[in-house]
Design a protein around this ligand. Structure first.
Ligand code: HSE
Length: 455
C-alpha cells in the first residue's frame, strides 16, 4: 500500500468510519458541482462505500469568488502542490482542463502514488498513452468517466459492461453545446450566434467555444471512445473533423423534407481491419433514436458483436451531470483502495501488452449517400450540366428538389445521391463549383442511413 492509500479513521459513536481524502484542482463549474454532490449525497455515498469521501483541499487561482457553496476554513489554496504533496490525500481530481499545466498536475500526482480523476478529454486524447503508462507503472487508477458524455456512464459501459464484445460501430452525439445549437435551430428556428450565447450562459460550452462548434471537442471524445473500443491510441490528428458552423436554416429545412435530421455525429466503425474515425454534421433518418436527442443531451448508439445495438442517453454537459461522473469515479477508486485492488481494470480495459496500432480508413474511400445544395442560375440546362458531371464521376442521383424560383435569378437546387465514393464526389463538386451558372460554393452533407446495421 502506498502512502497515498493510507486510510484515516475517526470514531463515530462505537463504530470506526474510514475516510478517504480527496484533493480537487480546478474550482470552476464542474468543480463546484463536485463539492455539491459530495455534500448533498454524502450519506448515500457513505452507505455505498462504507467509508467517507472527504474533500480535504481545493486548489484554484481564484480563491475569493463566491461559488454558492460553503467550505471549511483552510480548504482553499492557490497552490495545487499543497494537494499533490499532502500525504493524507489519496485521490486528486483534475478539473483545470487543457493540455498544459493540467498534465503536470496529473503526472506529479501519479508520481507521488495518488490516484487521479479527470474530465480532461483534450489531455487524454493527446497524452493518454504517456499518462496511462505512468499510472500502470505506479499501480494507481485513472478515472475519466466525465471526459465523454457528461453524466452518461459510457466509459464504464465500454470498459466493463460491454467488455466481452468486439465493438463494431459507435455513433455519438457527444457535444452538448453543438447539439443544443442544432436542435434549437431545427425546432425553434433560432439563429446560430444567439443559441451559442445561450449555451455559454448555461455553462455547457468549452472555454473556447470554437472547440464545440468546430467539432474539436467531439473529436477529442471520439478518440477516447475509439481507444477504449479497439484498445489503441489514436488522437485528434487521426480523426477527420468538421464542425457545424456552415450549417444553415436552408439545409435544416431540406433535411426535414427528405425525412432526415442534421446532427453533429462522432462515428467509428471497424470494417475489414480498418477503423473509420470521423466527426461531421450528418443527416440521419428522423425516426432514428439519435435524431430525437435534443438540447444539451448526448446519446451514444453502439453495436457490439454479442450484445447487438446499445443506446446510452443523458445529460452530456453541465455542472451536476458532469460532477455525477466525477464522483462515481471517486467511489470506484475508493472501493479499490478499500479492497486493495487498485488498477484492477486497466485504463483502456485491454491489458497493456494487447494495446496496438490500428489502420485508419481515410474519408476519401468512404462510400455513402450525400446531400448536395447548389445556388444555381435559374435557366434551362443547368441541372443537366450538373448531372453530366456527376455521371462522369459515377455518382447516381436519388432525388432532386428545386426551390424559390426567381426568373433570371438564382435557385436553391438540392441533389441527394445513392452511395457514392467520397473522392469522386469531391472531384465532381470541385468541377461544378467552376461553372458560371453556380453562384456559391456548393454545400455537401454526408448521410448515414443504416446506423448500427452498416457492418
Ligand atoms: N463543452 C462540452 C459540451 C462540455 O458541450 O459537451 C462537456 O464535455
Amino acid at each position: 500500500m502506498t502512502i497515498a492509500e493510507k486510510e484515516y479513521a475517526r470514531t463515530e459513536g462505537m463504530k470506526t468510519v474510514k475516510r478517504i481524502n480527496v484533493g480537487l484542482i480546478g474550482f470552476g463549474t464542474v468543480g463546484t458541482g463536485v463539492v455539491r454532490v459530495l455534500k448533498e449525497n454524502a450519506s448515500v455515498i457513505k452507505d455505498k462505500l462504507g467509508c467517507e469521501l472527504v474533500l480535504k483541499r481545493i486548489a484554484d487561482r481564484d480563491t475569493t469568488r463566491d461559488r454558492g457553496v460553503k467550505l471549511d476554513e483552510g480548504v482553499l489554496t492557490t497552490d495545487a502542490m499543497d494537494l499533490i504533496n499532502d500525504p493524507e490525500i489519496s485521490i486528486i481530481i483534475e478539473l483545470v482542463g487543457g493540455t498544459g499545466i493540467a498534465k503536470d498536475f496529473i503526472m506529479d500526482a501519479i508520481g507521488s502514488g495518488k490516484h487521479v480523476v479527470t474530465a480532461n478529454k483534450a489531455l487524454l486524447s493527446t497524452h493518454g498513452k504517456e499518462i496511462f503508462k505512468k499510472a500502470s507503472e505506479k499501480g494507481v487508477d485513472i478515472g475519466f468517466e466525465a471526459s465523454v458524455g457528461g453524466g452518461i456512464p459510457v466509459i464504464k459501459a465500454l470498459r466493463e459492461g460491454l467488455a466481452a464484445n468486439r465493438i463494431e460501430s459507435i455513433y455519438g452525439i457527444i457535444n452538448g453545446t453543438a447539439n443544443y445549437i442544432l436542435s434549437k435551430m431545427t425546432n425553434e428556428g433560432g439563429k446560430f450566434e444567439d443559441v451559442l450565447r445561450r449555451a455559454q450562459e448555461k455553462g455547457y460550452a468549452e472555454a473556447d467555444p470554437t472547440y464545440d462548434v468546430e467539432g474539436i471537442d467531439t473529436a477529442h471524445k471520439l478518440a477516447i471512445l475509439i481507444n477504449l473500443a479497439f484498445g489503441t491510441y489514436i488522437g485528434l490528428k487521426d480523426i477527420y473533423t468538421e464542425g457545424i458552423s456552415r450549417i444553415n436554416q436552408l439545409d435544416i429545412k431540406f433535411a426535414k423534407e427528405f425525412g432526415y435530421r442534421i446532427k453533429l455525429l462522432a462515428i467509428t466503425k471497424s470494417i475489414d481491419g480498418r477503423v473509420e474515425a470521423r466527426v461531421h454534421p450528418t443527416m440521419i433518418p428522423a425516426n432514428h433514436p439519435l435524431a430525437n436527442i435534443d438540447g444539451a443531451f448526448n446519446g451514444i448508439y453502439l453495436k457490439g458483436n454479442a450484445v447487438g445495438p446499445v443506446m446510452l442517453y443523458g445529460m452530456g454537459a453541465g455542472m451536476m451531470p458532469t460532477a455525477s461522473a466525477v464522483v462515481a469515479d471517486l467511489m470506484d477508486i475508493a472501493r479499490n483502495i478499500n479492497t486493495g485492488a487498485a488498477h484492477r481494470i486497466p485504463a483502456l480495459s485491454y491489458s497493456d501488452s494487447a494495446v496496438r496500432e490500428v489502420t485508419i480508413k481515410e474519408t476519401d474511400s468512404l462510400e455513402i449517400p450525400y446531400y448536395m445544395r447548389f445556388l444555381a442560375a435559374d435557366k434551362p440546362g443547368v441541372l443537366s450540366n450538373i448531372s453530366g458531371v456527376l455521371g462522369r464521376h459515377n455518382i447516381s442521383i436519388s432525388s432532386v428538389i428545386q426551390r424559390d424560383r426567381k426568373i433570371g435569378g438564382s435557385v436553391a437546387l438540392v441533389i441527394l445521391t445513392h452511395h457514392a465514393v467520397e473522392k469522386e464526389l469531391m472531384a465532381a463538386l470541385a468541377e461544378i463549383e467552376q461553372m458560371d451558372t453556380i453562384h456559391e460554393k456548393p454545400v455537401y452533407i454526408r448521410i448515414e442511413e443504416n446506423l448500427g446495421a452498416a457492418n
